[in-house]
Ligand binder design. Structure first.
Ligand SMILES: [Ca+2]
Length: 153
């Protein structure tokens, strides 16, 4: 009886330890540093989300999107810097802002700097919010932090 009790205690202790281990590892936080160029289309990053994730993004750098070369950061410009028209990829975001998505297909959920809750699978793709990229200069150093929620217990 005593041996059975000891075995039971060891078993329960291991269960508690296993549960603690699972709790500590169920939320996966991953960090990435990537460079996004102003003169390129959608750029694939190594940051991958799995089903549902909380994404935090910060960027440092300057880029420009017009022939006059006006420099600005990844938050972009509220006022259109182009005399030729509105060249935004997505008009919900500033001119020249850094924009990202998870699905490269047609059903894009676009997000930008700060914190976003994203549902999707696959790598994060980013670009400048400008469709005429030939005259663009500069890049952004982008930090992406992903907290995957898919494994919450
Ligand atoms: Ca441009």
């Amino acid at each position: 009886m005593k041996i059975i009790s000891i075995i039971l205690v060891i078993f329960l202790f291991n269960c508690a330890e296993l549960l603690d281990f699972l709790k500590q590892n169920n939320v996966k936080v991953k960090k990435y540093n990537v460079v996004i160029y102003a003169n390129q289309d959608w750029q694939e990053t190594p940051a991958i989300i799995d089903e549902k994730a909380e994404i935090t993004m910060e960027a440092e750098g300057n880029w420009s999107m017009t022939d006059n070369g006006t420099n600005f950061d990844a938050t972009g410009l509220v006022t259109n810097p182009s005399a030729w028209g509105d060249y935004r990829f997505d008009r919900n975001f500033n001119h020249g802002a850094l924009i990202c998505t998870v699905n490269s297909g047609s059903n894009k959920q676009i997000f930008t700097l700060g914190q976003s809750s994203i549902i999707g699978n696959g790598p994060i793709w980013c670009r400048i919010n400008d469709t005429d990229i030939k005259n663009n200069v500069g890049s952004q150093n982008l930090k992406i932090k992903i907290k995957n929620k898919a494994y919450n217990l």
